[in-house]
Write a protein that binds this ligand. Structure first.
Ligand code: TPP
Ligand code: MG
Length: 790
């Protein structure tokens, strides 16, 4: 006896044990239904208060219902991790719902405040999400670096070596491959011989605007294979394969193979009639094709012609389960955008939403009774208990929560301050970290550094000499073996603790994202430190944002910075990065001037990145050697350095003027202050170590009452007193300080591109030298007097 399933499939109920394929085919229908309904509910049934379209990508979701059902309900093991293409979030939520990990309430509030997120989010959807996605391409790259980090942890024996490694899986849209970061990652992954990586490409031949070029995918196989990947193409489903095996079937295959993407998509949309017309016109001379056309009515012909590999559960399972080794594998799964929905194949379907009438027809076709739309098993024609039993036995369901909690790594109460009358913060950084490498075994064991080809020039040499470079294989330092003198040892080994990357900054941030999630993803905490040149933060900015969005924790050391790097020239001189530090969520930015400040901040940062409610830390450093203050580091000073500011010279009560500086311009601020003190002995000199922290604290103080840190410091000045701010960065980094205690502010800084020069010339031209500060102080005092007189 054959029992009908929605979509016309049947099963033999006399068969002994109901097979896996049968349940999975039923559940993929349910996943398609739930994802489509979730979006429909949000757009058409939930009251709107702002008249904004809610959206939600029904077509992109339908495209991957089979692939994701196969992965989540059968193929994945608890140790596997997935980055889901962002606009398949509804499918992801539906699968979590079926697995009992997502509530109906959250599905009903899809894209509403507190509901299931528009794009899978680790921080907002919770621990069900392995990797956040949203900015296309980055999730794909992230899986590669997660795989690298998994190898790092296993080879360092920080995770049990006998436990099976997880496969890092990206479910990517085909147009995601337009994003260059994917290829940057591919190249880097090849260098590091990454393993256990699956990229499943949802090849629906459509992007957002239109149908994608036919030419692109002709090259994709060769490209992946060139980098040592296996490519598995899932082109045709079983119905089509059976048709191809019939007499004249090869002509049907040739016809589809030669069919341009746009025509194929248009015919998918038009349905059986459209297929018939074209096949008749082109292939009617073949009796075998005529027979196929006669045997299939329009709906059956449409079903046959759209029976692509990515929608054929049997083929998909076979392809996934066939991979048993750790070679990186790219699956090219042919699919149809909007498969099973009325706008399937239409080039404009990316943002398309089914209307109420279409939804009613779809619901009837799915046999979902009215009022049971959210029921997990309604309309499948299978006893709920049977399906619940199947789901309870899915490997992911048996696993429980897959997020790991890890104990904090102890950080010593202080890190020694490097000695020296003059030092740059960059040099101090290298020496402090070199000291940690030698003296702090437990802490050093968990620190991992990484840099995009600027390891030596950002002063990581000392660390690398002691801790080595990570590589799967032992590789000798040939220069050393050949007795060629070099300051840096370049020995590579599985125990190495520095991950050397190629120049792509985007890869640096994806690597930091993966390293910074080593605890929750793999159960072993790492303390990642990444170094790069400050101006190139912008080069990887979206990947940095991506890392922070998913709450990865790391320390970013950016050096050299500003026009202070002087002779290196304009293209290397960072200007707006401190504003990024001020505005970027998830990142606390600091710009110390002195080595002792850096020692305090680095120690604090190693703790901060481990706190549950902590954040990542950005240290903007400089190559400029400056005279160091001779002072004891008492707890109050350390606390103030971390809080963001302290008086280097405290102003007299009710003082007329203060100079507030940040970073490498400290000597100019000190000199200007000394010169001004002759006329204005009470003037203050405010050292600012973190404009970002001060700014945040000020906003919190405004919300909660109280003066806040900046308010308390500036309270010492006369109300309406003059304030000059100066930093080697955009003046807006500090100019807001004028609003804290209503001081009359003259902000100095750099708001033009830099150029080559030495520091005296550049500071003079860009007006951040002592003369400019003195001049600004005079103007600020004049203005302040005028304002007071009014
Ligand atoms: C970096 C970035 N740029 C642009 C977008 C807007 N966007 C969202 S989906 C999309 C097209 C994706 O096409 P594809 O990857 O083929 O996915 P499909 O919807 O076809 O499954 C675009 C351009 C984005 N999310 N991220
Ligand atoms: Mg696509």
């Amino acid at each position: 006896m054959l029992r009908a399933l929605p979509g016309g499939r049947t099963r033999d109920t006399e068969a002994a044990a109901p097979d896996k394929l049968f349940y999975l085919q039923a559940l993929e229908k349910k996943v398609l239904w739930l994802s489509t309904w979730m979006i429909h509910n949000a757009n058409h049934l939930r009251p709107s208060r702002d008249r904004l379209k809610v959206g939600g990508h029904q077509a992109s979701s339908a495209s991957v219902a089979t692939l994701m059902t196969a992965l989540y309900l059968d193929v994945m093991r608890p140790q596997d991790r997935v980055a889901v293409k962002p606009h398949a979030a509804p499918v992801f939520h539906a699968l979590q719902y079926l697995l009992g990990r997502q509530s109906r309430d959250k599905l009903e509030r899809f894209r509403a405040y507190g509901g299931a997120q528009s794009y899978p989010s680790r921080s907002k959807d919770g621990d069900i999400v392995d990797f956040s996605t949203g900015s296309v391409g980055l999730g794909v790259g992230m899986t590669l670096f997660a795989s690298l980090v998994q190898d790092y942890l296993r080879l360092h024996r920080l995770t049990p070596g006998d436990a099976p490694p997880g496969r890092m899986i990206a479910l990517a849209g085909d147009a995601e491959l337009d994003e260059g970061n994917i290829f940057e990652a591919l190249l880097e992954g090849w260098k590091h011989d990454v393993r256990n990586l699956w990229w499943v490409i949802d090849y629906n031949r459509q992007s957002l605007d239109a149908v994608v070029s036919d030419r692109l995918f002709g090259r994709i196989d060769a490209l992946f294979e060139m980098f040592g990947w296996r490519v598995v193409t899932l082109k045709y489903g079983r119905l089509l394969q059976a048709a191809f095996a019939r007499p004249d079937g090869e002509h049907l295959r040739e016809w589809i193979d030669a069919c341009p993407n746009s025509l194929y998509s248009a015919l998918v949309y038009k349905g059986g009639e459209g297929w018939r017309e074209h096949l008749r016109r082109d292939l009617n001379r073949y009796p075998g094709i005529r027979a196929i056309l006669e045997e299939h009515d329009d709906p059956a012909l449409a079903r046959l012609m759209t029976n692509l590999g990515g929608h054929d559960m049997g083929s998909v399972l076979e392809a996934f389960h066939a991979i048993t080794d750790d070679q990186p594998t790219c699956f090219i799964a042919y699919t149809i955008k909007g498969y099973g929905l009325p706008f399937a194949g239409h080039k404009d379907n990316h943002a398309g939403l089914m209307n109420r009438q279409q939804m009613a027809t779809f619901q009837a076709g799915m046999a979902v009774p009215e009022g049971q739309e959210w029921e997990p098993f309604a309309g499948l024609g299978i006893a709920a208990g049977e399906l619940a039993g199947f789901l309870a036995d899915v490997p992911l369901a048996r696993a429980g929560s897959r997020q790991r909690r890890t104990a904090a790594i102890a950080v010593p109460a202080e890190l020694p301050v490097p000695r020296g009358r003059t030092l740059s913060t960059q040099e101090a950084f290298g020496r402090i970290l070199g000291g940690v490498a030698t003296d702090q075994a437990a802490l050093a064991g968990r620190i991992v550094t990484t840099s995009p080809d600027v390891t030596v020039s950002t002063n990581l040499g000392g660390w690398v000499n002691r801790r080595g470079i990570f590589d799967r294989a032992e590789r000798a330092d040939i220069f050393r073996e050949e007795k060629v003198v070099s300051a840096t040892r370049w020995t590579m080994a599985p125990q190495g603790q520095h991950i050397e990357l190629g120049i792509a900054e985007s890869n640096l941030f994806l690597n930091l994202a993966a390293l910074g999630l080593a605890g929750p993803l793999f159960g072993a905490r790492l303390l990642p430190i990444g170094t790069l040149y400050d101006p190139f933060i912008k080069r990887g900015l979206d990947a940095l944002n991506y890392a922070l969005y998913q709450d990865a924790r790391f320390i970013l050391v950016a050096t050299p910075s500003g026009i202070t790097l002087a002779p290196e020239g304009g293209a290397h001189q960072s200007v707006v990065e401190p504003l990024i530090g001020l505005g970027q969520p998830g990142l606390l930015a600091f710009e110390p001037a002195y080595a002792d400040e850096l020692a305090v901040l680095l120690r604090w940062a190693l703790e901060e990145i481990q706190r549950d409610d902590g954040e990542s830390v950005y240290l903007r450093l400089s190559t400029r050697p400056i005279e160091q203050p001779l002072r004891p580091l008492d707890p109050a000073l350390s606390e103030a350095i971390v809080a963001g500011a302290y008086w280097l010279h405290e102003p007299a009560p009710g003082a007329e003027l203060a100079i507030a500086y940040c970073g490498a311009v400290a000597p100019e601020a000190v000199a200007a202050h000394a010169a001004i003190a002759e006329d204005l002995p009470g003037a203050g000199l405010l050292a600012i170590t973190s404009p970002a922290r001060l700014h945040r604290d000020w906003r919190e103080a405004l919300a909660n009452g109280g003066p806040g840190i900046a308010g308390r410091l500036l309270e010492r000045l006369r109300p309406g007193a003059a304030l000059v701010t100066v930093a080697d960065s955009h003046p807006a980094t500090l100019s807001w300080l004028g609003g804290v205690a209503r001081n009359v502010v003259v902000p100095l800084g750099v708001d033009h591109f830099g150029q080559s020069g030495d520091i005296p010339d550049l500071y003079r031209v860009y007006r951040i030298d002592a003369d400019a500060i003195i001049d600004a102080a005079a103007r600020a005092c004049l203005r302040a007097a005028r304002v007071t007189a009014r």
